[in-house]
Design a protein around this ligand. Sequence first.
Ligand SMILES: Nc1ncnc2c1ncn2[C@@H]1O[C@H](COP(=O)(O)OP(=O)(O)OP(=O)(O)O)[C@@H](O)[C@H]1O
Ligand SMILES: [Mg+2]
Length: 245
Amino acid sequence: MQHIEFTPTQVIKRQSLDAAVRERERTEVGRRIGTASGCFSVPRIEGFDPASGTLTFERVLDAERMTELLPTLTAVETSRISGRCGAALAAIHDAAESCPRDDAAAGQVSLHGDFALGNLLFSRARDKLFVIDWSGARWLEEARTGHGPAAIDLSIFLLSLFYRRPLDTVRVIDPARVARAFLASYNDARAAEYDFLELRRSFPGILRRYAADRWRARGALRMLVRLDALCHVRRFVLNLPEGLE
Ligand SMILES: Nc1ncnc2c1ncn2[C@@H]1O[C@H](COP(=O)(O)OP(=O)(O)OP(=O)(O)O)[C@@H](O)[C@H]1O
Ligand SMILES: [Mg+2]
């Protein structure tokens, strides 16, 4: 279980020592990839207390979470900014640093591990993308190792993009269009063309585990009203790469 606290200038996260050590390590890797690629930034770690498993991050003050930002943008801006997210993810996946050579030879990549809209912040004032929360999705064991199939991060992004309740007022209006902009830009930015067959093959299994986790966390009823969104994202992924230019 973790605890998060905000001061005017810092974000303080307390969790188990293991989880804190892993997040610290992954955040440093992410910062290096962000700097080297110039595609995104990662908030600086300003403190680490092993005794309490506490990590203190610099707080980004002028950025909004993509979850809230995307629904407020024009179609052109939505495509542009989701394209920036795609390019950032391509840079993470093409970074060799956290993927052992044998796994890379087997087609694995460096992962973010929880590349969801809620973990992407965007500053419109500075036109800058921040990638936060390198702790790895709790519901997906493989996401926490730092490397694995690219399909893991792609699936997590797409699930967060399509996931909503029927009456949500703040939501991305046409998630399939945003997803296409994201994936096209991801594919363009990857060093080698991405084989969408990998995503199509892995997605149903990842979706099942995501739905099971949401079911446990939120209850059956809340899950059922979102079923339509989950069917939509499933249909979208199983038709890929159709619709990507
Ligand atoms: N450095 C930061 N600057 C500004 N806001 C931040 C920062 N870090 C985290 N936040 C805010 O706090 C929220 C939770 O942070 P984070 O995602 O790191 O924690 P978490 O508990 O692992 O989240 P979750 O389990 O919901 O993914 C983020 O969605 C973001 O709104
Ligand atoms: Mg998070």
